[in-house]
Design a protein around this ligand. Structure first.
Ligand code: ADP
Ligand SMILES: O=c1ccn([C@@H]2O[C@H](COP(=O)(O)O)[C@@H](O)[C@H]2O)c(=O)[nH]1
Length: 202
């Protein structure tokens, strides 16, 4: 089994890079897990209270469960991956049965901040995109796909996204084996990662 961790600030293009990597892979051989599925359950809070959570701080992630799930997959056993709703800012209560595969990709802004989780990655990748480009992408995506508006994204950017990125996310670049510059689509870097995966699959 090959476990690949892909980190990088919000809007850097992690999900896009992952989709490019797995596009031609056999679905029986690869599975993708998003860190977003492991935001802590906050059902005890009201919706209003949940909107005030700092979702860019490592404390917002249930790293114990994510680490346990990766260890379980490594042992060849399936897991029940929580389903997260950006609209509710919470887990839905549903789970998806996720089976072990030859290649497991975990992507998320904070996945390289946790030492125990880092130990489980065979390859650590950091996707780098300049902050202005990330903000533009995040604005467009969150308004189009996550039901946010201009004020919500800009307020969150100033209050938490930017400081949390500088404090927690950017420093994890030093743990990466590979840094992918992604201000523009980077097909060369994606091809290199695909080659590494294909070598493991034969
Ligand atoms: N290299 C790129 N150039 C331009 N737009 C991109 C690029 N990579 C991703 N995007 C777009 O930016 C937005 C955020 O990308 P996404 O992959 O969701 O980032 P992340 O998962 O890191 O938050 C998406 O709308 C995506 O289509
Ligand atoms: O309920 C939530 C939970 C998280 N967020 C934001 O999502 C990003 C992480 O996702 P990416 O796909 O890597 O952008 C993070 O910056 C959180 O602020 C949210 O808006 N609502």
């Amino acid at each position: 089994m090959l476990i690949i961790g892909i980190a990088g600030g919000t809007g850097c293009g992690k999900t896009t890079v992952v989709n490019q990597i797995i596009k031609e892979l056999d679905h029986d051989e690869v599975t993708v897990i998003s860190q977003d599925s492991y935001y802590k359950d906050t059902s005890e809070l009201s919706y209003e209270e949940r909107t005030k959570i700092n979702f860019d701080h490592p404390k917002s992630i249930d790293f114990d469960l994510l680490t346990l799930h990766l260890q379980t997959l490594r042992q060849g056993k399936p897991i029940e991956q929580p389903v997260y709703s950006f609209a509710l800012h919470n887990r839905t209560g549903e789970t998806v049965t996720t089976h072990p595969k030859k290649v497991i990709i975990i992507e998320g802004i904070l996945i390289l901040t946790n030492p125990e989780l880092r130990k489980l990655f065979d390859i650590k990748i950091f996707v780098h995109t300049d902050s202005d480009e990330r903000l533009i992408r995040r604005l467009k995506r969150d308004i189009a796909e996550r039901g946010r508006d201009l004020d919500e994204v800009l307020n969150r950017y100033q209050s938490t996204l930017k400081p949390m990125h500088q404090q927690f996310i950017e420093p994890t670049k030093e743990f990466a084996d590979i840094i992918i510059p992604n201000n523009k689509y980077n097909n060369v870097a994606v091809d290199i990662v695909k080659t590494i995966i294909n070598e493991r699959l034969v």
